[in-house]
Write a protein that binds this ligand. Sequence first.
Ligand SMILES: [Zn+2]
Length: 299
Amino acid sequence: MTDNSQQVLAWKTHTISYNIGYDKLKDSKNWSSNFYFVVGADPQLGYNTSFQDREPTDWQEEMNRSITAVEKINALTPRPQFVVICGDLVNAMPNKEEKLNELQVKDFKKVYSKLHPSISLVCVCGNHDVGDVPDKQSITKYRSEFGHDYFSFWCGGVLFLVLNSQYYKMNKVEEMAKEQEQWLKEQLTKHKGQRIILFQHIPWFLKDINEEDQYFNINKQLRKEMIEKFFEAGVTHIFYGHCHRNYRVFYKDLEMITTNAIGNPLGNEPPGLRIVKVYQNNMTHTYFPFEKLPSFVNV
Ligand SMILES: [Zn+2]
């Protein structure tokens, strides 16, 4: 299977009319100059159901946080190359609460289509977007709304790979999971030694590669096998969501970064975004609560 980025371009241009897609991206296999991008996670419209007087169709609070995120991103100078949302775009799962999912997806698009036309939006699927146990229908539904669930694109000499991490948890779609694996193998083989950065929703591990399996990580045996593969291929960073907290861990010099939620954080840090600056030989990243996000980014 080949690079899916063109399919994604077609969808972005079509579905999110305010979002031009990849044509403004430094869409190049070659390094030209420093650039930066923005990472957000878990806007999860509909997550917060703790208010007694809240209707099931009321997710205005989460929408307001996403609206703030979009306004803050649009105010950045210079503009980022792209914004990636590391999964759980909405809360209702397509194979559990189909109607709510549709309403939330509609609102997600309404808010994020307001991103400035020169800023590309890269969507990563989370467990809430394809279901905790995805089936063929829920994956197909996601693809029809957001484009492919795994794909690659180049930006400024860096290869970015977007994965559907639900294929590594539970699923009823073995064939689809195998297709991603085959595609990933081809990407890592073909581009071994290049600068590669991954985006996925669920972290391989949170603190220790030997930690026990749980909701917030991926099976220990698989995790070790995959991380070693990524390291061998030259992957330098993996960005995650899912935890609604910030974490930073390493495997050898492969760095893994979990970004706090845009919608509802579970730790002490307020909702916000991460700015990632890419230099010729290294990369830096900083998480900012919305109110502390700088308007000028020095790269
Ligand atoms: Zn999640």
